[in-house]
Design a protein around this ligand. Structure first.
Ligand code: SF4
Length: 45
């Protein structure tokens, strides 16, 4: 299963977390837990 760190909306803050639409999410959060079901794979992955 893909992780938030693989999502195009994920902006890395550090190795463990990133920003998603102004909210902090864990890099290893499972995208199946995405609250808005907005997971979009990064380009080229
Ligand atoms: S949009 Fe969903 S899958 Fe993508 S980083 Fe945010 S919470 Fe994770």
């Amino acid at each position: 299963m893909a992780k938030c760190s693989e999502c195009s909306f994920y902006q890395e803050i550090d190795d463990t977390k990133g920003d998603c639409f102004g909210h902090e999410v864990q890099a290893d959060r499972d995208t199946s837990e995405c609250p808005t079901n907005a997971f979009k794979p990064k380009e080229g992955e």
